[in-house]
Design a protein around this ligand. Structure first.
Ligand code: ATP
Ligand code: MG
Length: 332
């Protein structure tokens, strides 16, 4: 199998909160199917998570949960690498070097930085500004060919490509220049409370997102409270009916239908019935994942062993790239 030489797919998720259905339908569900086609490397990006304030004990616990949730969803450690970022020191090291191949102007244009820095008041963390460089290091360490992401991360993959090309042309070809990869739906799931904004697991308002681990009643309650409009028609029109359109997208992801099919199904129904159906469908899709998650999380010792084993394998690959980089830059 090893010598078939598939392309490498690399993706990461922060343990900055419990994964939402935005993460799931926008990114994670694709990860599972990508395993058939690519050599996949998946990372629980805890170094990225500390670019916003975290409570240490909660971060530690959420890192275990994130790891277990990836496995519960169907990431198969027999076929893919799945590791924790802080256990592979090469990420921080390459990131420092790449800082010197990245310009302040480029980083200041990043939408995520603009959005998230607003919430940090006067004391904005340098790490938040530098986030895309660490992300570039993640991707480039593994000579990744494709990077499966949700639409919100497109800019970050573009800057990663720019950094790789700049480094390659300053020295000689060192990094594979990766391509972004968007899932079939290209889903960008929106907040349930402010449907113009993306759904984020770190949102302060818990009603804005549905977590993959919310119980069924909570999920249904959050969908019932979802912001819609006063047009009283279930139509797909993101411009004029962003809330309803978002619910249609979520429903079509969870039920495995097209948007048109979903619209036809709810034609003439009221928002109350529609929201209830979305909630129940999402909950039913996620309950089996939750059961498996609880089983895996109950054995932390086994999770620790898997993490250690996977981080060693990841570090072996990462070190090869890092060694090359240091040599080219002139670092002893
Ligand atoms: P945070 O708010 O802490 O940034 P997040 O929900 O944005 O959390 P990330 O860990 O930053 O999640 O991203 C993990 C993956 O999920 C990325 O590929 C990202 O593109 C994708 N993703 C995040 N939010 C959405 C969304 N609302 N719709 C689709 N994909 C998303
Ligand atoms: Mg994010």
């Amino acid at each position: 199998m090893e010598n078939e030489k598939k392309q490498t797919a690399y993706s990461a998720i922060q343990p900055s909160g419990t994964f939402t259905i935005g993460n799931y339908y926008g990114a994670l569900k694709n990860w599972v199917t990508l395993q058939d086609e690519f050599d996949c490397i998946f990372c629980v990006a805890n170094l990225h998570a500390i670019t916003v304030p975290q409570v240490p004990a909660e971060l530690r616990q959420r890192t275990y949960e994130a790891y277990a949730l990836l496995l519960a969803m169907g990431i198969d450690p027999e076929r893919s690498l799945v590791y924790v970022q802080s256990q592979v020191h090469q990420h921080a090291e390459l990131s420092w070097i790449l800082n010197n191949f990245t310009y302040m102007g480029e980083l200041s244009r990043m939408t995520q930085y603009k959005d998230k820095s607003q919430k940090q008041g006067k004391n904005i963390r340098v790490g938040l500004f530098d986030y895309p460089v660490l992300m570039a290091a993640d991707i480039l360490l593994y000579q990744s060919d494709i990077v499966p992401i949700g639409a919100d991360q497109k800019q970050h993959v573009e800057i990663c490509r720019d950094i790789a090309e700049r480094f390659n042309s300053t020295f000689s070809p060192t990094f594979t220049v990766p391509e972004p990869y968007f899932g079939t739906a290209g889903a960008r799931i929106k907040s349930l409370q402010e449907p113009e904004k993306k759904m984020s697991k770190s949102d302060q308002n818990v009603n804005a997102f549905v977590s993959m681990l919310d119980d069924k009643d909570t999920m249904i309650r959050k969908f019932k409270r979802a912001v819609t409009d006063s047009l009283a028609q279930v139509k797909y029109d993101p411009e004029n009916q962003p809330g309803v359109s978002n619910l249609l997208e979520i429903y079509s992801c969870a039920a495995g239908t097209t948007i048109e099919e979903a619209v036809a199904e709810f034609d003439g129904k009221g928002y109350g019935d529609f929201k209830l159906a979305v909630g129940e469908t999402v909950a039913d899709a996620l309950m089996p994942v939750q059961d498996e998650f609880r089983r895996l999380l109950s054995d932390k010792k086994q999770l620790d062993e898997m993490m250690r084993d996977n981080s060693e394998k990841a570090a072996y690959i990462a070190e090869k790239t890092l060694r090359k980089v240091k040599r080219k830059v002139g670092l002893l």
